[in-house]
Design a protein around this ligand. Sequence first.
Ligand code: FE
Ligand code: FE
Ligand code: ZN
Length: 283
Amino acid sequence: MSGAFRIGCHISAADGYLAMGRRAVALGADTFAFFTRNPRGGAAKQVDPADAAAFRGFCAEHDIGALVAHAPYTLNPCAKEPRVLEFARQALADDLQRMEACTPGQLYNLHPGSHVGQGVQAGIEKLSALLNELLRPEMTTTVLLETMAGKGSEVGGRFEELAEVLSRVGQKDRLGVCLDTCHVWDAGYDIAGRLDGVLEEFDRVIGLERLRAVHLNDSLNPCGAQKDRHAKIGEGCIGAQALAEVVRHPALQHVPFILETPNDEAGYAREIAWVRAVQARHA
Ligand code: FE
Ligand code: FE
Ligand code: ZN
């Protein structure tokens, strides 16, 4: 993985691995995100090892890297119900195994989950226990905890909550954080008004060395709204100018940027080109 600036978007995994790589290149991306399984369901598709191998060759050839796979939304590692927690354990274990086999050395983005009334502390303890059970030193995948909007009983809306999970997990080399611009904004971190201050706070509480990816999104709602509704770049309350400052912030040049904006492929291609232009002008 090189330290160069990378930008990409969510790519549909419906046609397999190599098709994802080709689509990413066609959009001008050099990194991308994909769901490891149906985002709102359970079952994972069977992997064709030949397709995965062809994909790895394609990525090497086209310098695609720092992939940020995304866990399904239905996976709640903080859950109260044993059945839901057991699904989280099985899906997470299975996803990590598939990442090792098909896309070694990449990133796996995980929502910390919702404590559903048990309280933040109980959620943090369940998530940490699961990570301690499943993360192994021989793994090449890095699990990223995503900063959340603080909607409902979501864990991870405060940097302190992610910091506590990080402090409780033994395999620290296998764990990092993904900063989602829409989510931190919705959680009350004013990245439009005080980006430097927010990143200093991130550094003080979590440590910028733990930041391994950025989800680049505008937000339909004002700072602190705790809604989590993504908008296209420049069509939300954060705004294009503030997001351009994020794109060219010196502390963020080493991590992959992933767009999760509500776009079709043409829209993603336009936003990727915009990010590259903004980043190159001020790098
Ligand atoms: Fe996410
Ligand atoms: Fe996100
Ligand atoms: Zn979101």
